[in-house]
Design a protein around this ligand. Structure first.
Ligand code: SAH
Length: 402
């Protein structure tokens, strides 16, 4: 585009003008704009369409989809004066793929696009064998689905596209969440490899996009410690940690999960990996089941705690912290001497420091001294931008009871 053309496009479209002194976050490399930071939106804007973002002096800061409904009204897609069109999505998806290919992460199951971290705020794409699962978190993104599908055609081996938007995002953004095939209907479930295991992933009706890819590297780490150990996998979903641990030589695994659908898949995954005979699945509330396990005097050499985010809002943080503390306390009491606990929190609102504080308090109450072997995070196909702390949501601690 010529510079005259570039100028024109920056002048013509709808513009979101920030209040004076409210451009600090955006200038620091963070793409979010809240309603309270906006002085005015001028020109013919439409919810979900791109606007130019200007500071109070009229200087161009970037471009992003505007939606007046949520308090997070805009997330910058670009800081350049470029059209947000099919070619834009192709470039972004190409860059995301290149990053993963170079890091050797582009297997038959991996996160292809991770929202802000890949310059596509509000878009998550996961690949499961022949299916790309597309999750749109903003109204603007839902309007770009055809471009997104088109851009994903450069991902070899994909034959089907499944939209799996969240109900919560639907309510926040006023979008109609799509949960269904885009174009031709594909398989309700697929089989993926996470070496040395194979897993069935439910495309239709699975949690999140179907599988917790963010724990892949941590599952490998835990598997490496599992040989000849008794293993407790709490919040097991479809049994991925348990399978990896058993295949790596754990003598026995108990897996706890409240969702019967997830447990049915866990059963199949254990069978698929020929380790079902050493596993026991327990359906119920982990809080109750951990207490019951303790009462019975059962103990384990290795425990994984991978709970759901106990809070989605900042206000509920205290209750969430109590929940995290409770399960960590219970788990620490279930450890044999010298036992290992891998404990996680995927809540955006709990910082790594807060998480450490919670687990410290649990250890104190349990009367257990623990050595920290490693601080853990999400797999590298979920990249992190230092400027955007929200891109790092999974934190974990690998602890040994000493
Ligand atoms: N470890 C899993 C992912 C866990 S996601 C993996 O590697 O694939 C968290 C899981 O906790 C979900 O499957 C959810 O159904 C389950 N869950 C949520 N609340 C629970 C509760 N109170 N008790 C037991 N399971 C629960």
């Amino acid at each position: 585009m010529s510079s005259a053309g570039a100028k024109r496009s920056a002048l013509d479209g709808a513009k979101l003008i920030l209040k004076r002194g409210r451009d600090g976050r955006v200038r620091a490399g963070h793409p979010w704009i809240y309603r309270g930071e906006v002085a005015e939106v001028v020109g013919a804007w439409k919810a979900g369409e791109a606007v130019d973002v200007l500071d109070s002096q009229g200087r161009f800061l970037g471009r992003g989809f505007y939606n007046p409904r949520p308090s997070l009204v805009c997330r910058l897609l670009t800081r350049r004066d470029e059209p947000v069109d099919g070619a834009f999505f192709r470039r972004r998806v190409e860059a995301a793929l290149a990053l993963r290919r170079e890091a050797g992460l582009a297997s038959d199951a991996f996160r292809v696009v991770w929202s802000e971290a890949d310059g596509l705020p509000g878009l998550v794409v996961d690949r499961y064998a022949t299916v790309a699962v597309i999750r749109c978190l903003t109204l603007g993104m839902t309007r770009c689905r055809p471009w997104i599908v088109e851009a994903l055609r450069s991902l070899e081996g994909i034959t089907h596209y499944y939209g799996h938007d969240e109900e919560v995002a639907g309510r926040l953004e006023g979008l109609e969440p799509l949960q269904g095939w885009i174009g031709e209907a594909g398989p309700a479930e697929v089989e993926i490899r996470e070496e040395p295991c194979r897993f069935v992933v439910a495309i239709e009706g699975g949690q999140k996009t179907g599988f917790y890819l963010d724990q892949r590297e941590n599952r490998a780490l835990v598997a490496g410690l599992a040989r000849a150990k008794t293993f407790l996998d709490v919040f097991c979903y479809t049994g991925a940690f348990a399978c990896q641990g058993l295949v790596a030589g754990a003598t026995r695994a108990v897996a706890i999960e409240s969702s019967p659908e997830a447990l049915a898949l866990a059963r199949r995954n254990l069978e698929l990996n020929a380790v079902a005979d050493r596993a026991e699945l327990r359906e119920g509330n982990a809080f109750d089941l951990l207490r019951a396990t303790e009462r019975r005097g059962e103990r384990f050499d290795l425990i994984v705690l991978d709970p759901p985010p106990f809070t989605r809002t900042k206000t509920a943080l205290e209750a969430a912290a109590r929940g995290y503390k409770e399960i960590n306390l219970r788990a620490l009491r279930l450890l044999n001497p010298g036992g290992i606990l891998a404990t996680f929190s995927c809540s955006h609102h709990v910082s790594p420091a807060q998480f450490e504080e919670i687990v410290r308090a649990a250890a104190a109450d349990a009367g257990v001294t623990v050595r920290v072997h490693a601080a853990l995070t999400q797999s590298r196909d979920h990249p992190v931008l230092l400027n955007v702390p929200e891109t790092r949501y999974l934190k974990g601690l690998l602890l040994e009871a000493v």
